[in-house]
Design a binder for this molecule. Structure first.
Ligand code: GLA
Length: 381
């Protein structure tokens, strides 16, 4: 059944009344601009047509009853929802209520049913989709800010403080602000956005996503470590964030930074420039001209930022060998997904080559699917 129908039906069965409404927030893939968001830089994500759907209704008390069709059930009091107060998947669903309360909204109890067709832990940002869907539901039912950027910040605050992951703002902004047929050019410093047309099909192309279905345990600690490394370099260079650094600054600082820090910073500086170059080409209606930038991004993430994984490298190499115009890992790295921009006529060959390569290397069978730029979070019923 469609997730919206499933959420509504389970709500009726479980809570014995219909929901007051149904909300949905999409997963995303990031076309380019990786590990730039927490450096105040630029990113270019698109929402995809996989989403988290939430059926919700208010309660007259302070109870929060959460039913996830994928993860099980939890019940908690609103007062427990605070940094360190909730663990596991419930923190993603309940965390935004804490952010709304902190914002001064008068949030009360809720019954919530979550249905999702976003694979969990695949780097498609299922967590931001959960946060944004429940945040919108609570905001519509209890009140709160209307501005999508402010809402994205509240969802990010839930992730940073209640879940305890020091993520940037990209995923929540993508879930809130993306539009069908576009990629979202986001300036992570100002939260200024530009909807840049992206219609691969119109240019005879397909954007394939390769879900490697692997997540390496390093991911959490390495993410925080990369973030700290970038902040340290910015301090050493005397700039507010790496967004303000140039390659010339890095060359001049050279030895003072040390080899590893220099590489990390080189990735961020070059990646920001690639995002702007890709956005330019897309504005000119030339999606076929962005392949090299995608592949260069991958090389930089693999060699300088060092957040790739054997499965991601294999996916990228196999896709390129089979005719992709460009390919890269997408998301935080250490597993998760790669993407490949492929002439429509080569999509089948790319899929087969990637799948065959994985089998030959003893990797898990990947899931390969086409990504179509979709709309951001909204009330759907
Ligand atoms: C994760 C984080 C984002 C971003 C990416 C890497 O998805 O949640 O904020 O930092 O990794 O680009």
């Amino acid at each position: 059944m469609h997730p919206e129908g499933a959420a509504r039906q389970v709500f009726l069965e479980r809570f014995g009344r219909p929901p007051e409404g149904v909300w949905a927030a999409p997963a995303r893939v990031n076309l380019i601009g990786e590990h730039t968001d927490y450096n105040d830089g630029f990113v270019l994500p698109l929402a995809i047509d996989r989403r988290v759907t939430v059926a919700a209704a208010r309660r007259p008390d302070d109870l929060l009853r959460l039913v996830s069709l994928q993860r099980g059930e939890r019940a908690l009091r609103l007062g427990e929802v605070r940094p360190g107060g909730v663990d596991g998947w419930a923190a993603y669903a309940a965390g935004p209520l804490w952010s709304l309360l902190e914002e001064g909204a008068e949030v009360g109890g809720l019954d919530l049913v979550l249905a999702s067709d976003v694979p969990i832990g695949s780097g498609l940002s299922s967590s931001a989709a959960v946060e944004c869907a429940t945040l919108l539901a609570a905001r519509d039912l209890y009140g709160g800010p209307g501005d999508p950027a402010r809402l994205a910040q509240l969802a990010q605050r839930a992730e940073n403080e209640v879940v305890g992951v020091p993520s940037g703002i990209m995923d929540q902004m993508a879930a809130m602000a993306c539009r069908a047929g576009h990629v979202l050019l986001l300036d992570c410093r100002t939260l200024g956005v530009e909807q840049v047309p992206f219609a691969p099909a119109g240019a005879g192309l397909v954007l394939l996503v390769v879900d490697t279905r692997t997540a390496h345990s390093l991911a959490g600690s390495a993410y925080a470590e990369r973030r700290r490394a970038c902040e340290r370099v910015a301090r050493l260079l005397g700039v507010p964030a790496l967004r303000d650094a140039t390659q010339a600054d890095l060359d001049a600082a050279g030895d003072r930074l040390g080899e590893v820090a220099l590489r990390r910073a080189r990735h961020v500086v070059a990646e920001n420039a690639r995002v702007l170059a890709v956005a330019d080409r897309l504005r000119q209606g030339r999606p076929e001209a962005i392949g090299d930038a995608l592949t260069a991004s991958h090389a930089s993430l693999r060699d300088d930022y060092q957040v790739s994984a054997p499965e991601l490298d294999a996916a990228v190499e196999a896709a390129l060998a089979a005719g992709a115009l460009g390919a890269r890992m997408t998301g935080a790295g250490f597993g998760g997904c790669a993407l490949a921009l492929v002439p429509a006529g080569a999509a089948e060959k790319v899929t087969e080559t990637v799948t065959g390569t994985f089998a030959g290397r003893g990797f898990r069978e990947p899931e390969v699917f086409g990504a179509h730029p979709a709309d951001g979070a909204a009330r759907v019923a």
